[in-house]
Design a protein. Structure first.
Length: 52
């Protein structure tokens, strides 16, 4: 690899880094939403069983 190719590689690596961070954040948000739904559904189920 020549030093003349480094200016081309920097934007490619930066783009890959930003895309990876975006994917990880989207995955974490999706996981948090699923966990929140499960906890909410369990809370509703627990509260409905305690009413009787």
């Amino acid at each position: 690899m020549n030093y003349s190719q480094i200016p081309v590689i920097i934007p490619i690596l930066a783009t890959a880094y930003v895309f990876t961070v975006y994917l990880l954040l989207a995955l974490a948000q999706r996981g948090a939403k699923i966990t929140r739904n499960k906890n909410w559904q369990q809370g509703v189920a627990d509260s409905s069983t305690n009413l009787h």
